[in-house]
Design a protein around this ligand. Sequence first.
Ligand code: NDP
Length: 447
Amino acid sequence: MSTNEQLATIYDQVRTRSAGEPEFHQAAAEVFESLHLVVERRPEYAEAGLIERLCEPERQIIFRVPWVDDAGTVHVNRGFRVQYNSALGPYKGGLRFHPTVNLGIVKFLGFEQIFKNALTGLPIGGGKGGSDFDPKGRSDAEVMRFCQSFMTELHRHIGEYIDVPAGDIGVGAREIGYLFGQYKRLTNSYESGVLTGKGIAWGGSQVRREATGYGVAYFVAEMLDSLGTSLDGKTVVVSGSGNVALYAIEKVHQLGGTVTACSDSSGYVVDPGGLDLAVLKAVKEDRRGRIDEYATEVATASFVAGGSIWDVPCDVAVPSATQNELDADAAAVLARNGVRVVAEGANMPTTPAAIQTFRDAGVAFAPGKAANAGGVATSALEMQQNASRDSWSFEYTDRRLAAIMRGIHRRTVTTAEEYGMPGDYVHGANIAGFIEVADAMSAMGVI
Ligand code: NDP
């Protein structure tokens, strides 16, 4: 059987075993596309059943989350934690609270997380979790009761040497606070290292809030540097206006670029001279408002309800909202408008057809598992500080983050070259991440 046939057979088995999980199939297919390059050189990976083992989560936990709203009505949501791979360290990955969350979504995110975490070079395995709970429009008290109920089950399965969750869509500092409070109460121990993204005063790390967005901006700067240019004077479009988007915008501005548009699920705003981050943060962080409020407060801005933010011409695009938000049509528009670099702030925001469109158009494209790894890397730095009961300054932590992002960029680029795919960040990231995990798994025997 040829390598391609062998991989196609394994991929078919993965699909069949995980029927009805299209996002997971998509994430697996993207990695399988790169694997033939590795397995042709290193057939021992396929012979040891490593690929099948890597595709199957070590453990999947699904649980009931009952809670009571402010009116006294009982609600039931579903909670998930997929502990995907612990070859390199404790499972590590965020929790997502969004009505679209299901097992397939959590598996796709957990699968990507394995390779992303490996790329950071830090000792963390891959996992992910969440719930179909929708925090939008809920009071603080309702979110607290939900988080307490969620942690009442989850606490049995996590720990600083076992599994260390963090935030993701719908889970920020407020939710991490409620989750940590309930964990502490249930276990009667102040185990700082059990969650990351904590408040600075109670075990959190400087720069964790900013890390994913800052990291993407550092990665973009490296990509532009490889093309012989910089962020200086470049126009940038960032989709979303959540944690990743806001801090990507902040760092792009600090590095000399101008972000002219951002969005939420209601539409997008364009501010041609550059977004005013203070207003944006007041709308999104302080008031948890909608993006059109920015346009009512800033005279130079306009709001477009619905529509595609990718219609806004730019040199650099940073999709930072959610999966599959940038399709082939949008990619074609971006390419036609002269985009040079696309870096994923979100996880899998670009469809496979859109990635191919960028390849065909010669646009440099970086997948989330490389470009947005700054968040989890800084979470690992938070774990280091917790383990040594230390706390580092903002400047020092930011320098560590920048160095980690430079390292991921270098590793991705050199691996792509080594495997005959120069300039292809997708293959570079997949192969470098895979080899790191596969070698660790091989060393540990058939487990
Ligand atoms: P937030 O909840 O802070 O923000 C999400 C943003 O994306 C909001 O503006 C939201 O708009 C928008 N959005 C979410 N779902 C949809 C949708 N279905 N359609 C349109 N817009 C949508 O999440 P984060 O910023 O933390 O996460 C964004 C992405 O980055 C996710 O893919 C996440 O997995 C990824 N990521 C996050 C990391 C982190 O450290 N937080 C680390 C690495 C990756 P609205 O409010 O209207 O829903």
